[in-house]
Design a protein around this ligand. Structure first.
Ligand code: N2P
Length: 352
C-alpha cells in the first residue's frame, strides 16, 4: 500500500528529524581537513555544526557565554584556568581507545597543566616564527635579512620593510612573550613596569604594520601581498605550498610553541558524541590527513607513518633538533600578569 506508506513516512519525518544527532565544534580557522568532517558525518550520521575562531579571546568568550559547545580546541597555556573554573569535562579514557596513538612527549608536557591528562588531548601544535617572502623583503630591506625578531621589534628595520607589507598575529600572549624574549626576559616573570614598557617598542612597530590579524594573512602571504609576517607554522608553510618564495624562520633569539588540544567543555550537550568525534580524529590515518591539509605537526605520534615521504621530511613542519632547542612552550600567566598584558595589548591592537 504505497499511499499508506507515504503517509506514514510523512508523519514520521518530524520524529526522524528531531532524532538527528548533532555536535557543535569550535576550532581555529584553517585547522582541519574539510574531508574529515564529511567522512565523520557519513560514517556516523552525526552532523557537525562547525565554527571557527581566530583568537584565543574569541574562544574564551564563546566558552564563557554559556552556549553549548561539545568540542573545542584551546591552547595549552589556557588549560589551567579552564580546568580550575570547572569549564571542562574530564574525558572518559574508556571511550577513547585511539588515545594510545598520542605523542607521549606532548602528554608529559601537558600533564603539568592538566594533572593526569584528564581533560585535554593534543591535536596539533607548532612554532611561532616569521614567514618571509625573501625576494620582496630583501628588495625593500636593501639586502639580506637577519634571522631575527628585530625585523619587527626594531623600528628602524620595520620602517624599511613597511612598503612590502608586514603583519602581526592577533595573539597577545605570543606577541608579548616574543618581544620580552627578544629583550632577554620572560613575560610570566617580568615586573608590571617592564611589561608596560613594551608599549614603547610596539608604538614604533604599529605605523609600519598593514594589520594585526591571524586569518587575513594566510591568503595575503599566499598571494605575495605581505613580505614579513609573524606566523604560526602551518599558515606560513601553506603560502610556500601555494608557490610563493616564502620561508618559515624561527629566529636566532628563539620562539614560542603552542599545543592545541581537543577538549569537551562543561557546556557540552552531548559529551557522548563528543567522545566519538575526538576518538575519530585520533585515528592515525585521519590525523595524518589533517596534518597534510593544515601543515601543522600532529599531536598523534602514529600519524607520521601515514604522512608520506615528502611531508615527513618537509623542512620546518616538524622542527629539527637545533630549532627545538630554541623553542619553549607559551607560559601560563597569573591573573595579575594577564591584566597588564590585556592593557598593553588593547593599546597596541585597538589604539585604546
Ligand atoms: C591556524 C591556527 C593556529 C592556532 N590557523 C595556534 N594556536
Amino acid at each position: 500500500m504505497p499511499r499508506l506508506f507515504a503517509t506514514l513516512l510523512l508523519a514520521l519525518t518530524p520524529l526522524l528529524a528531531s532524532a538527528e544527532e548533532v555536535i557543535r565544534v569550535y576550532n581555529w580557522n584553517d585547522y582541519i581537513a574539510p574531508q574529515v568532517l564529511k567522512d565523520f558525518e557519513a560514517e556516523t550520521g552525526i552532523r557537525v555544526e562547525y565554527h571557527t575562531f581566530s583568537t584565543a579571546e574569541e574562544l574564551k568568550d564563546a566558552l564563557a557565554s554559556g552556549e553549548a559547545i561539545d568540542v573545542a580546541v584551546p591552547s595549552h597555556d589556557t588549560l589551567p584556568a579552564l580546568i580550575k573554573s570547572g569549564g571542562l569535562h574530564p574525558v572518559d579514557f574508556s571511550l577513547l581507545p585511539n588515545r594510545k596513538h598520542l605523542d607521549k612527549q606532548l602528554l608529559s608536557t601537558l600533564v603539568a597543566l592538566d594533572p593526569g591528562n584528564r581533560h585535554a588531548l593534543p591535536y596539533l601544535w607548532g612554532a611561532v616564527g616569521l614567514a618571509i617572502n625573501t625576494p620582496q623583503a630583501e628588495a625593500a630591506f636593501g639586502g639580506p635579512l637577519p634571522d631575527s625578531w628585530s625585523l619587527l621589534f626594531d623600528a628602524e628595520q620595520s620602517t624599511r620593510l613597511a612598503s612590502c607589507g608586514i603583519s602581526v598575529l592577533d595573539a597577545r600572549d605570543e606577541t608579548l612573550s616574543l618581544l620580552l624574549n627578544y629583550q632577554g626576559h620572560s613575560l610570566a616573570r617580568s615586573s608590571p613596569s617592564r611589561i608596560k614598557r613594551t608599549s614603547q617598542v610596539l608604538d614604533g612597530l604599529r605605523p609600519n604594520l598593514r594589520y594585526i590579524d591571524s586569518e587575513r594573512y594566510i591568503e595575503d602571504l599566499s598571494q605575495g601581498k605581505l613580505c614579513v609576517a609573524m606566523a604560526w607554522v602551518g599558515d606560513a608553510l601553506a603560502a610556500a605550498d601555494a608557490g610563493q618564495p616564502v620561508r618559515f624562520v624561527v629566529p636566532d633569539e628563539g620562539s614560542v610553541l603552542f599545543i592545541d588540544n581537543l577538549v569537551i567543555p562543561s557546556s557540552a550537550k552531548r559529551p557522548d558524541l563528543a567522545h566519538r568525534f575526538i576518538n575519530y580524529l585520533m585515528q592515525p590515518k585521519v590525523a595524518a590527513l589533517i596534518t597534510a591539509e593544515t601543515l601543522y605537526p600532529s599531536g598523534n605520534a602514529d600519524s607520521k607513518e601515514f604522512l608520506g615521504e615528502a611531508l615527513r621530511n618537509q623542512p620546518g613542519l616538524y622542527p629539527d633538533r637545533d630549532t627545538k632547542r630554541r623553542l619553549h612552550a607559551l607560559e601560563t600567566l597569573s591573573d595579575k600578569h594577564g591584566a597588564i598584558r590585556d592593557e598593553v595589548w588593547a593599546r597596541f591592537r585597538d589604539g585604546s
